[in-house]
Design a protein around this ligand. Structure first.
Ligand code: URA
Length: 208
């Protein structure tokens, strides 16, 4: 059971405040802040990199192709997305215009650092049992330092306050793989990592 904390900010109030965030220049070209979404009492928090084109327009995280890939993998790992809090390390879309297309640009350390207070406040508000960091940007924000994915993926890492973290690849990485066999293999590894997360959640539920 989570203890109620009268001082904790709710996600609703944080979202409202973040809508006016000017902590880095990304807000200037993005449509809107894409804040995290999910139940206030979620036990699992999924962290991605930054909103993409579709998310920027919809104002919701993981609703585009990477989101569909994530949804499929979550289902296979028996994780209910409606019970998860889903967010990004960076909350504005970074892109360069190329004709009618907006080309995704990887956020840099200054943007990740500028946005980190939002992640910290989301974490303090939700107090999940487990945080899943998907990809290098998320891992940098969640673990507070540059963290190579392959060396650190798939096992539980202790954060402060008894919260655990698990690092895995970003679903967009799977979409970018050109070779179908590699895609299938890497997808299975991603699902396996999510199954470890599902198992850890079950164990913390029993221990509570
Ligand atoms: N990629 C991300 O990291 N986050 C999203 O919300 C969408 C795509």
């Amino acid at each position: 059971m989570k203890r109620p904390d009268a001082t904790a900010e709710t996600i609703a109030t944080l979202r409202e405040e973040a809508a006016a965030c000017r902590a880095c220049p990304l807000w200037e070209n993005a449509t809107q802040t894409v804040f995290g979404e999910g139940p206030q009492r979620a036990r699992i928090m999924l962290v991605g990199e930054q909103p993409g084109d579709k998310e920027d327009l919809a104002g919701k995280p993981f609703v585009g192709p990477a989101g569909q890939m994530l949804d499929r993998a979550l289902k296979e790992a028996s994780i209910d997305r409606t019970k998860a809090y889903v967010t990004n390390a960076v909350k504005h879309f970074k892109f360069v215009p190329r004709g009618k297309i907006r080309l995704h640009q990887k956020p840099g350390t200054p943007e990740i650092r500028a946005c980190r207070p939002w992640y910290e406040r989301e974490l303090a508000s939700i107090k999940p049992a487990l945080v899943v960091a998907m990809g290098a940007t998320a891992a940098q924000s969640v673990l507070g330092k540059i963290t190579p994915i392959n060396r650190n993926r798939g096992h539980l890492i202790e954060l402060a306050d008894g919260i655990k973290a698990l690092v895995t690849v970003h679903p967009s990485y799977l979409l970018r793989l050109p070779d179908e066999a590699a895609k299938a293999r890497e997808y299975e590894r991603f699902v396996d990592d999510l199954k470890i997360a599902a198992q850890a959640l079950k164990q913390t539920a029993h221990a509570a």
